[in-house]
Design a protein around this ligand. Structure first.
Ligand SMILES: Cc1ncc(C[n+]2csc(CCOP(=O)(O)OP(=O)(O)O)c2C)c(N)n1
Length: 320
């Protein structure tokens, strides 16, 4: 596929995708060691969606995502140190350790929340987009959600109001084929989730979510559309979920071949191939990878050395 991105811009995207991959691998490792409490949901294999879409945004734009949202927060510009500290519930975390892996919020960077309740953030994203429309600030809101979330009533209500009020909102469906253990063919009445948006008169694009060039091109069109007061847009990214729903069940797949299915369409080697074809040397790629992995090692170190909140602070930030 041809692209308007320069080799340097592609390399920056490669760096970010590897950073997200390394962050998720560390999260799985820390979870296995009992250092992450609750749950954690890796976005391994879905990095091209987060990076492809978020890098089209302006810094003042906003995003909301699901509990599988570490990648989107990193792609939107959150410092992996404060995100990793949040996963480890440290005081230096983006929510002072009160949110954990599923509730990342970094207002300064426009990350208005990842959410544990399936689809609950979709109407919130609608509210954010409405506020921005009323303020006439030309900000766009991206709302990432899964195929499972698209079966919730809130999704349909949000589509309707967003279309009716022409909100500057881009819906990005990460259709990874599963909602926990339920394959989409057992939960979705049509193969394409974007058909639902069409029913509300919203323009849609279906892309290969493992091809960052396709995601980038669609995001550019959608974000330009939303920023030009033309209303919402939906992108459906077809992708393949990492082996299991969460780190809790990592490595416990009955069928090991099924567990590895995401590797066959892994977006990172795919972009690497594109870069090599564009004249980037293997050494340059290795240097990018080493640098990205170093950032995450430093983030883990920072988080591990940060203090846990003391019991005296238990009631801080409790408003009701
Ligand atoms: C309202 C609600 N119902 C059920 C759950 C339990 N639950 C957690 S994740 C999940 C699956 C969601 O799948 P999908 O939207 O496809 O996202 P994915 O995990 O594949 O990224 C469910 C049912 C929940 N957290 N919230």
């Amino acid at each position: 596929m041809t692209t308007d991105l320069s080799v340097d811009q592609l390399l920056a995207r490669y760096h970010l995708m590897v950073m997200i991959r390394a962050f998720e691998e560390s999260a799985i490792d820390l979870f296995a060691k009992g250092l992450i409490t609750g749950s954690t949901h890796p976005s391994i294999g879905q990095e091209a969606i987060a990076v492809g879409a978020c890098l089209v945004l302006e810094p003042s734009d906003k995003i909301l995502a699901t509990y599988r949202g570490h990648g989107e927060a990193i792609a939107k510009g959150s410092d992996p140190k404060i995100l990793m500290a949040e996963l480890l519930t440290r005081t230096t975390g983006c929510c002072k350790g009160r949110g954990g892996s599923m509730h990342l919020c970094d207002i300064q960077n426009g990350v208005l929340g990842t959410n544990a309740i399936v689809a609950a953030h979709i109407p919130i994203a609608g509210g954010v987009a409405l506020a921005n429309m009323l303020r006439k600030n030309q900000q766009v809101t991206l709302c990432f959600f899964g195929d499972g979330a698209s079966c919730e009533g809130e999704f349909f209500e949000s589509l309707n109001m967003a279309a009716l009020w022409k909100l500057p909102l881009v819906f990005i469906c990460e259709n990874n084929g599963y909602a926990i253990s339920v394959p989409t063919k057992l939960s979705q009445s049509t193969p394409d989730i974007s058909d639902r948006a069409k029913g509300f008169g919203i323009p849609v694009q279906i892309v290969d979510g493992n091809d960052i060039l396709e995601v980038h091109a669609a995001a550019k069109e959608a974000i330009t559309h939303a920023r030009s007061d033309k209303g919402p847009f939906m992108i459906e990214c077809k992708t393949v979920r990492w082996e299991r729903h969460s780190a809790f069940s990592a490595g416990k797949y009955a069928n090991p071949e099924e567990a590895q299915r995401w590797k066959k369409v892994d977006p990172i080697p795919r972009l690497a191939k594109e870069l090599l074809n564009s004249g980037v040397t293997p050494e340059e790629l290795q240097a990018q990878e080493a640098s990205a992995r170093r950032v995450i090692l430093e983030a883990v170190e920072f988080a591990m050395q940060s203090p846990l909140p003391s019991s005296e602070t238990l009631y801080q930030g409790v408003f009701a």
